[in-house]
Ligand binder design. Structure first.
Ligand SMILES: [Zn+2]
Length: 281
């Protein structure tokens, strides 16, 4: 299966796709703020287009994007809609059986669905209810699932694509996308909110402990997810801190953690700045 085959396969299942970097090109073809293609060492994953608005479900467009050139295919998760307006959620297991194990941990049943094999594990695709407020957080799956969850403004690399290690993303289960089981939707929506609408902090952990957890979250990043995890951690930190001094202390701690796992300091600062701006809005 080539990326073009993968794109056509995904489109036939109603999923919008866009081109991403392919490790066979001399340099990264990805774009984005703070991304330097000449120095990119995280190959095969970066979007070639602004994917929150540039994607297609049109086969002819897919031929133009993928035929005769090295591009991986990615799924615009946030743009996908199920037959009744459902939202796409992709569970990204870091090892085979991780989602099954998480389900068993919670006393629940894994729901078989369309599944793609990745370099390490699987992507399981599900339709979540249209009104489910899902993001990239693990919610109550944290500590149970060895992996991540992609929903909302997110993307995943699709079948036919080549991982930086040379591993091919393959279709493992060619079946319709199943409805996300209730336990999964409930678990993903269980993410703690830092503040309610009145601005009253509802998180019980003191900021110090919370910041430590966020620093650890960044320190546990693998290559390829460092920037995303840093951004997530910085957003959570800034959401929960109103004090300017505490915010700058958090920014310094997160920058140190990011550089400790190999993210360039300039890139770390840009990511933290954009999280700061998001929190300010
Ligand atoms: Zn890149």
């Amino acid at each position: 299966m080539t990326p073009l085959d993968g794109a056509l396969w995904l489109i036939s299942r109603g999923l919008p796709v866009f081109p991403a970097d392919h490790p066979a090109t001399a340099r990264c073809t990805g774009i984005g703020r703070g991304h330097d293609p000449t120095e990119c060492a995280d190959r095969g994953k970066h979007p070639c287009v602004p994917f929150s608005r540039t994607y297609t479900s049109d086969e002819r467009e897919a031929f133009r994007w993928f035929d005769g050139r090295h591009r991986n295919v990615a799924v615009a998760v946030g743009a996908a809609r199920g037959p009744s307006g459902e939202r796409l959620v992709v569970v990204d297991s870091d090892r085979p059986g991780a989602l099954e194990a998480a389900a068993a941990d919670l006393g629940e049943q894994h729901a078989p669905t369309m599944r793609v094999t990745t370099a390490k594990g699987h992507h399981d695709y599900y339709w979540a209810p249209a009104d489910a407020d899902l993001g990239n957080g693990l919610g109550a799956l944290r500590g149970h699932l060895d992996g991540d969850v992609r929903a909302g403004r997110a993307y995943v690399i699709g079948p036919g694509s080549v991982h930086a290690t040379g591993v091919l993303y393959r279709v493992a289960e060619d079946r319709p996308i199943a409805a996300a089981p209730g336990w999964l939707v409930a678990a993903l929506q269980a993410a703690p909110r830092s503040t309610d609408r009145s601005g009253v902090t509802t998180v019980t952990a003191p900021p110090g402990r919370r910041l430590l957890a966020l620093v650890r979250f960044v320190l546990e990043s693998r290559q390829g997810e460092r920037n995303a995890r840093l951004y997530w951690a910085a957003c959570r930190a800034f959401e929960s801190l109103d004090d300017v001094g505490e915010r700058s202390a958090a920014a310094a701690a997160l920058t140190d953690a990011a550089t400790a796992v190999g993210l360039p300091e300039g890139e770390s600062r840009k990511t933290i700045d954009s999280a700061y701006r998001k929190a300010a809005r």
